[in-house]
Write a new protein. Structure first.
Length: 466
């Protein structure tokens, strides 16, 4: 007889990628075989998102574990971060090449070589997989009978199986809250099944297990779907059309380089908050933004004037809301608060840019008077403290404003603190240059020089070659 203790452990989640681009080209003179046989390469590009820091194992299922016996000349892959910095590479044996990655977006470039272009052309849609190791192992519940599994009662701990006997086991699904972040339909969890109770037996007989994920259950938003449907039925079809047309015009407003559409909508819908928010976002994202700072400040004030901040503050102070439509009210208040914070931050950034602009022009011919600069600085300070009332200044959405406020106030140490957090949130070259600028203002020439020397390494001009 054998002592059994069936156990299914899932250790990683696997996502399948399709190439975004594929490019075939002939290689150089060093890749010409005898009798002038030209080698060609195909480079396939894949993108994926790493939801949190962890270890990944990339592999190409069609070609992995094949080297000299492969029909293709070679297979190599390289992982790059969003700044084209090489993070790791590997070839035919995926288990040998695990890469530790931080949270963020990554690109994989796969190179495959062959003598015939037609053979490479067949691989232009080749799937590629990335296995993400989970921080903690997930276990599936195992039961001895179907009826017990249906009711989720007594799980199998251990049992004894006589020779020449068989014993079925039943496995139930994983709870939805246990599914790792980032995994979804099309992905699967990978692990193993062991049956033996002894450690030696567990090592001797291991069965691979794949748990395929299905779409997560749909939950009604704010529990008010039925009410929304009833309201929609009551709406006149002409009103629905008018609202849809208005929303479409607002979407197109940012794409059209003119204020005519905004002025037209402003006359027709003077109190529609999303219109003023879209206008603010349009002005703040323009290429000539520095010439339109005054308009950005005015647009921010337009947005804020249409939010009842007193009612918002009263709602924020409530511990519980007993009203029957509390979920709908909460959703509306959250949107208003997000819009208010966004408007305050955009206004603050514009004011800070005006103050910094004056500081740069100080001593040169300038049309800005000292009174104007003082009033802008006072407005900047007021905006900063107003923002601090509604949210933490270390919040990711507020960090650009907090950094600019510190820079305009010549609080360089505080500015460096916020700039460093910005780099952690979004490690772009521009954010690193902001840190270096503040290091120079503080007189930390050794830190500035060190960081500047690292910039070409952190931000290569192009992907490294195979």
């Amino acid at each position: 007889s054998s002592d059994l203790a069936p156990c299914i452990n899932l250790k990683s989640w696997v996502q399948t990628l399709r190439p975004l681009t594929s490019k075939i080209k002939p290689l150089g003179p060093r890749d010409v075989l005898p009798n002038n046989r030209q080698l060609y390469e195909i480079i396939l590009t894949y993108n994926f998102h790493q939801p949190k820091s962890g270890e990944v194992t990339p592999s190409c299922p069609l070609l992995c574990d094949l080297l000299y016996e492969s029909e293709f000349d070679s297979q190599l892959w390289i992982i790059f971060d969003q700044n084209k910095r090489q993070m790791g590479s590997g070839d035919a044996y995926p288990h040998q090449y695990s890469v530790k990655l931080e949270k963020g977006d990554y690109t994989i470039r796969l190179q495959i070589r062959h003598e015939q272009m037609s053979e490479l052309d067949r691989l232009k849609d080749l799937p590629f997989i990335v296995a993400h190791r989970m921080t903690s192992t997930l276990s599936l519940d195992v039961y001895e009978s179907h009826s017990v599994a249906l009711l989720g009662k007594k799980k199998v701990n251990s049992s004894t199986l006589p020779p020449k006997h068989s014993q079925p086991f039943f496995v139930t699904m994983l709870p939805d809250d246990k599914i790792p972040k980032g995994a979804g339909p099309g992905c699967y969890l990978a692990g193993s099944l062991t049956l033996s109770k002894t450690e030696m037996g567990k090592k001797a007989d291991v069965v691979s297990v794949h748990y395929h994920l299905v779409p997560s259950p749909t939950k009604p938003k704010n529990g008010s779907k039925e009410k929304e449907k009833d309201t929609d039925k009551e709406k006149d079809i002409k009103e629905e059309f008018a609202d849809a047309l208005r929303d479409l015009k607002i979407q197109w407003m940012a794409k059209l380089d003119t204020s005519d559409l905004y002025n037209e909508l402003k006359e027709a819908y003077p109190n529609h908050l999303p219109l003023y928010l879209a206008r603010l976002q349009q002005l703040d994202s323009e290429k000539e933004r520095m010439t339109r700072l005054k308009e950005i400040i005015e647009a921010s004030n337009e947005v804020m004037s249409r939010i009842d901040q007193t009612a918002l503050a009263v709602y924020a102070a409530m511990k519980t809301d007993p009203r029957p439509d509390a979920a709908t009210i909460k959703n509306d208040m959250d949107k208003q608060k997000t819009t208010l914070i966004d408007a305050l931050c955009r206004k603050g950034c514009a004011l800070a840019d005006k103050v910094i602009q004056f500081q740069v022009q100080d001593g040169a011919a300038s049309t800005i008077t000292d009174d104007d600069q003082e009033s802008d600085f006072d407005a900047l300070t007021d905006t900063f403290w107003e923002t601090a009332k509604w949210t933490d200044v270390s919040d990711a959405k507020v960090l650009p404003f907090a950094y600019k406020h510190a820079l305009a106030s010549k609080m360089y140490g505080r500015g460096l603190k916020f700039a460093t957090k910005l780099v952690e949130e979004k490690p772009t070259k521009e954010n690193w240059k902001n840190c270096i600028q503040l290091m120079k203002f503080l007189g930390w020439s050794h830190c500035a020089s060190f960081s500047e020397n690292w910039l070409p390494v952190m931000f290569p001009p192009d992907y490294s070659v195979f």
